[in-house]
Design a protein around this ligand. Structure first.
Ligand SMILES: [Zn+2]
Length: 475
């Protein structure tokens, strides 16, 4: 099935077209998937050199919202977010700390996963690690060397940027205006200072893998090209990451993958930074903005609400005051849900048309939250007037909208009880979303398969007027 343009759901609305801001074309483009009904997404994840601060996790949250809205819209979404576990900065930081590089990377990877999880990001379908895909990187390099785009020089391998006519298109730069890549000490081994390293020859004490051009380790850019195509194939829908990755990282990914003959990504999405005192957040600003610290001052759902409440392409100037305002706004939603829940029975969820329109307009969360708060106000009016019908309608809409944004209050109240239960709940919730989407597109075989797979894992699903409920089979 395709995007259900013009198709009216029972009790819902005529769907608008989803438009996405594409960095490559510098414009809003109608989203058309490569294969009808499915969306494949690759997001550049963490370089695991340090534990995450809120700026790092913003990217995870931005693409979590993208994914949730696509799932809600009926797509079957495949979502990959990689782990860069071998890179200059990982080696430098681990050496400074006197810890083996792999242990340093492993600890920080765990800290990132905990950070994404505690702020309610659905787990990716896969988190490929760079070190697990060196074979595919060497294969990709071989294709680039064979096609004349890359050359070996004293154990390093470089990409010859002059061989790729499109170089600079993503970032809007002309090759003749570019600075030297400055990505290696081997500048004298390059044919052109703007050439970038695909592979770096082994140095004493550093990890190394064999290649036809000598032992060494991969460059960061090569890692992502190889991991994306290993799983998503030569052509996939959306490539995402932070705005700071446009150049050189994503420019170089395109040079590698398209240079090797792949079509690569159809849409390029980039989220803006979190800044503190006007600067890109970095470790020099201290540890107070580590996710592990911020959640000591604020509840995780409040931090999530704050970080998603700005449009993903707008900078967030971090401040405790702004976070406090966001937390107060979230509590207004929570208070309404707490008061209304005991008075409402048999509600059905639907989203307000204006909410869907906002989300279809390049994932416009600020406008969508405006609709949410209007609905909460209408619900509070209904509460005061003891108008049960209006209350039930508002409650259902609030439930649906907050679920889509990952901020449905009861989910977060349950989270405190058991970390494991929260993880299971989020995984089963994801499977149930896919099942609902399959049913909506009348693919009952796929819907039944999800239910059967859950049953095989001991999760029993029961359909109730308020949506599917699940329980664990006893014994
Ligand atoms: Zn990447």
């Amino acid at each position: 099935m395709g995007r259900r343009d013009g198709h009216t759901h029972p009790g819902q609305y005529t769907r608008a077209v989803l438009r996405i801001y594409d960095t490559m074309s510098r414009s809003l483009r109608e989203f058309v998937p490569i294969e009808a009904g499915t969306v494949s997404i690759y997001v550049c994840g963490a370089t695991v050199q340090s534990p995450p601060h809120v700026g790092h996790i913003r990217s995870g949250l931005a693409f979590d919202i993208v994914r949730r809205w696509l799932i809600h819209s009926g797509y079957e979404v495949t979502f990959l977010r990689n782990v860069t576990d071998i890179e200059d900065k990982v080696l430098a930081k681990s050496a400074e700390a006197g810890v083996p590089w792999w242990a340093w990377a492993g600890r920080n990877e765990a800290a990132f996963r905990a950070g994404y999880d505690i702020l309610g990001c659905l787990p990716p379908d896969l988190e490929p690690r760079a070190t697990g895909h060196v074979t595919q990187m060497v294969e990709l390099m071989q294709r680039l060397v064979d096609s004349g785009h890359a050359y070996a020089s004293d154990g390093d391998v470089y990409y010859d940027v002059k061989t790729f006519a499109e170089y600079g298109r993503l970032s809007g730069q002309r090759l003749d205006a570019m600075q030297p890549a400055g990505d290696t000490e081997g500048e004298h081994r390059k044919r052109d200072p703007r050439d970038f390293a695909l592979w770096k020859a082994a140095k004493p004490g550093e990890p190394r893998w064999p290649t036809p051009w000598g032992p060494g380790r991969p460059g960061w850019h090569l890692e992502c090209s190889a991991m994306a195509s290993t799983y998503l194939g030569p052509h996939f829908d959306i490539h995402g990451g932070g705005i700071d990755l446009v150049f050189p990282h994503h420019e170089n990914e395109i040079a590698q993958s398209v240079g090797a003959g792949d079509r690569f990504a159809n849409y390029w999405m980039h989220n803006a930074w979190v800044t503190a005192a006007g600067e890109k957040m970095s470790k020099s600003l201290g540890n107070g903005l580590l996710v592990s610290e911020v959640i000591k001052r604020w509840r995780p759902v409040e931090v999530r609400y704050y970080l998603i409440s700005a449009h993903y392409r707008s900078m967030i100037e971090y401040s405790e005051t702004a976070l406090g305002d966001a937390a107060a706004a979230y509590r207004r939603v929570e208070t309404f849900v707490d008061k209304a829940a005991p008075l409402v029975d048999g509600w059905t969820g639907s989203v307000a048309t204006a909410f869907a329109d906002a989300m279809d307009d390049d994932f416009g969360v600020p406008a969508a939250l405006g609709v949410l708060h209007e609905t909460v106000r209408a619900g509070n009016t209904a509460l005061a007037a003891s108008d049960k019908e209006a209350l039930t309608q508002a409650f259902g809409q609030v439930a649906r909208m907050t679920s889509i944004l990952g901020i449905w209050p009861p989910d977060w109240q349950d989270r405190g009880r058991s970390d494991l239960a929260a993880v299971v709940d989020s995984l089963v919730g994801l499977a149930l979303e896919q099942r609902t989407a399959a049913r909506e597109r009348k693919d009952f075989a796929a819907a039944d398969k999800v239910r059967d797979q859950l049953a095989a894992a001991g999760v029993l699903v029961e359909d109730t007027p308020s949506g599917p409920r699940w329980t664990l089979r006893d014994g």
